[in-house]
Design a protein. Structure first.
Length: 116
């Protein structure tokens, strides 16, 4: 069984920063990528950023230049540094772990609220 535990969400003013962390544990085999998604009220869940085991990154256009994803492969941990936050970044942020053979996993979500 695989578990993802997120931390680092909270309330911040516009222009501020937050750093999210996600630690994966359990029977993890052959990780393809780890990433962050978000879901705002009334909207679909969307990709924020992802990083492959080889270090390639992918970002949503709305966060490019403001957010940075990184990972520690040895610890199955992924981070999301969020700078210059905007009210429209307010959402529940979910960590995702994608493996080659044993499935796709989600964290429980962490709330990020950006006040104007």
């Amino acid at each position: 069984q695989v578990q993802l535990v997120e931390s680092g969400g909270g309330l911040v003013q516009a222009g501020g920063s937050l750093r999210l962390s996600c630690a994966a544990s359990g029977s993890i085999r052959s990780v393809n990528a780890m990433g962050w998604y978000r879901q705002a009220p009334g909207k679909q869940r969307e990709l924020v950023a992802a990083i492959t085991s080889g270090g390639r990154t992918n970002y949503a256009d709305s966060v490019k230049g403001r957010f940075t994803i990184s990972r520690d492969n040895a610890k199955y941990t992924v981070y999301l540094q969020m700078n210059s936050l905007k009210p429209e970044d307010t959402a529940v942020y979910y960590c995702n772990l994608d493996t080659n053979w044993t499935g796709n996993y989600w964290g429980q979500g962490t709330q990020v609220t950006v006040s104007s």
